[in-house]
Write a protein that binds this ligand. Structure first.
Ligand code: IMP
Ligand code: MG
Length: 187
């Protein structure tokens, strides 16, 4: 099986390695480019988790794209979603008439994207779609779906490739499962 590292008492088993991520991101880029051929999608990255994915995704597109970022806080600390979503950084540019493609690191309970759909559609974009690198369908509370999913994953808490646990582990080039060990409480 995959390699296990430990960081201060947590196990970090590799779930998706860097090569798998790179090849799936290339496929997503091709699919999105085909679907948006002749248009210029407006990529809206959801901070903080999505920026590593978005940086790779945009380089796999063969259509022009514009970018903006939205700051969202749905996890104040720990790994449990409160269902409370707060905007910490608003969009810089108008999305009226634009083909908005929301870029998320992971679709979990669905609270964040459900909230975003409301906020974004109020600004009259031509379309709103979602690309999520990861999807945890078993965790869904609000019935929303991503239009493009990199990898469906089981109900585990993952870090790396931009995803964090209390700001740790974003730098890891692969997606790893943050396992419980010692006195750490997960989930
Ligand atoms: P949702 O609102 O529950 O769908 O949560 C979406 C957000 O929760 C994601 O954009 C992440 O920031 C965070 N999140 C959910 N699951 C994980 C995880 O396994 N690792 C790190 N962050 C996560
Ligand atoms: Mg997020």
């Amino acid at each position: 099986m995959s390699m296990v590292n430990t960081f201060s008492g947590s196990s970090l088993e590799v779930l998706i390695d860097a090569r798998q991520i790179a090849s799936r991101v290339r496929e997503l880029g091709e699919q999105i480019s085909n679907d948006y051929r002749g248009r210029t999608p407006h990529l809206v990255g959801v901070l903080m988790g999505a920026w590593v994915f978005m940086a790779d995704l945009i380089r796999s597109l063969s259509v022009e794209a514009t970018v903006d970022f939205l700051g969202i806080q749905s996890y104040l600390a720990g790994t449990t979603s409160s269902g409370e979503v707060k905007i910490t950084k608003d969009l810089d540019a108008s999305i009226a008439g634009r083909d908005v493609l929301v870029v998320e690191d992971i679709l979990d309970t669905g609270h964040t994207y459900h909230y975003l759909q409301g906020v974004l559609s109020a600004h009259r974009p031509a379309s709103v779609k979602l690309v999520a690198l990861l999807d945890k369908p078993a965790r869904r509370v609000v019935p929303v779906e991503a239009d493009y999913v990199g990898f469906p994953i089981p109900d585990v808490f993952v870090v790396g490739y931009g995803l964090d646990y209390n700001q740790q582990f974003r730098r890891l080039p692969e997606v790893r499962i943050l396992g419980e060990s010692g006195d750490r409480q997960i989930g």
